[in-house]
Write a protein that binds this ligand. Structure first.
Ligand SMILES: C[S@@+](CC[C@H](N)C(=O)[O-])C[C@H]1O[C@@H](n2cnc3c(N)ncnc32)[C@H](O)[C@@H]1O
Length: 362
């Protein structure tokens, strides 16, 4: 038997049939309303499998955990991510494609799939695992929250997917060393502009353990910096008219300052490599970016950090398309005497981008 298990070849329970039908919509529909309601229905189903109240979390379900590489959001918060429907859609499509591609690349092997930060429902694999032959694809679930792993395990059991489950590991993904190099690694531990959550630290660690030829999901995350201006105003000219009461503010005009990060499974481990040591260990040091500001920067309103997530190939989440690609802003205090700034990624338990002024040469 091959990697795929068409549903007609085995009997789906009513619960598994419902998940299968919703997953079909998420994988194939191009209609936003259908995708949104499929994600909502999937969330309700998952809550039922786990036995949690989607509206009123228990204390354990509500607890975030601060880790050395950033904050791991609570089991409840992780479950809610399903409702960010375009995020769920693109990641599901990416994981589905990654599994098919990995099956082609490694035809004689059982695929090892590591899902780091799986959350309460392990949605990105529990929705898909039934489509793959358990002898050919095995899933390892990892999360720092035992409540999340217990929930995800319940979903596997409820859907009759336990033969596909390799193991569940409670550990910090930024420090975990898998016993066998995975063929596919899935990590969604991020917020917009790579703020707060440990996606960078986790990618820097796990990227180094991906099997040669393996696939890391997401394939790439970029954050670009822009200066934002009031688009009603021509820089250097005159003041703008006040807005009428019912008038919407037009979209701001943006001027690019450059790319702050290009996060991939290949790049990130090199940011951890200590000189003279080929093993990626130690703190993550993302290369900083220094930029000269445009002459009219004194007129700028603020800095906008714009995130793009390439889940795999052409499957992307761009500016404003999902919670994880909303713009993030930094206060920009124009300083007439200073023309150059440097952006740095602050690593540690509250990660995120900062900038500081660099003195212009006299
Ligand atoms: C944003 S939620 C995403 C949940 C799920 N992956 C999804 O896409 O629906 C992030 C999850 O990763 C877990 N997590 C974050 N950082 C982690 C770390 N360093 N080690 C282990 N788990 C982590 C959190 O506990 C949370 O369950």
């Amino acid at each position: 038997m091959g990697y795929h298990m068409p549903p007609s070849l085995h009997t789906l329970t009513p619960a598994a049939a419902k998940v299968h039908a919703l997953t079909e919509i998420l994988l194939h529909s191009e209609v936003h309303g259908e995708l949104r309601s499929a994600a909502q229905d999937l969330y309700q189903l998952m809550c039922g499998f786990v036995g949690t109240d989607g509206h009123a979390p228990t204390t354990d379900e509500h607890a975030n955990t601060n880790l050395p590489g950033g904050q791991a959001i609570s089991p409840w918060g992780a479950g809610l991510c399903v409702l960010d429907y375009l995020r769920t859609t693109m990641f599901l499509r990416g994981v589905n494609t990654a599994l098919a591609k990995a099956a082609e690349r490694f035809p004689d092997e059982t695929l090892e799939v590591l899902y780091a930060g799986c959350g309460l429902f392990a949605t990105l694999v529990t929705s898909l695992a039934g489509r793959f032959n358990p002898e050919k694809v095995r899933f390892t679930l990892l999360d720092i929250h035992s409540v999340s792993l217990e929930g995800a395990k319940k979903v596997f059991l409820q859907l009759g997917l336990d033969p596909s489950l390799r193991e569940c590991v409670i550990v910090d993904a930024a420090a975990y060393v898998p016993a066998k190099q995975p063929h596919v690694i899935i990590v969604e531990t991020m917020q917009r502009a790579l703020d707060k959550e440990p996606q960078v630290a986790v990618t820097a660690n796990l990227g180094a353990h991906l099997r040669a030829g393996g696939i890391f999901i997401p394939e790439r995350i970029t954050v670009d910096a822009y200066l934002e201006y009031d688009s009603r105003k021509t820089p250097g000219l005159m003041a703008v008219q006040p807005l009428a009461e019912d008038q919407l503010l037009p979209a701001p005009h943006r001027v690019s300052l450059g790319q702050l990060i290009d996060l991939t499974a290949k790049n990130a481990p090199t940011w951890r490599a200590n000189p003279g040591n080929t093993q990626p260990t130690g703190p993550v040091l993302v290369p900083p970016l220094s930029v000269n500001l445009p002459a009219d920067s004194i007129e700028a309103l603020r800095i906008a950090l714009i995130t793009e997530v390439t889940v795999l190939d052409s499957l992307k989440l761009s500016d404003n398309e999902s919670g994880i690609t909303l713009p993030a802003f930094r206060r920009f205090k124009p300083n007439a005497g200073k023309v150059k700034i440097e952006f740095r990624y602050r690593t540690g338990n509250t990660p995120g981008f900062d900038y500081h002024w660099i003195k212009a040469r006299p």
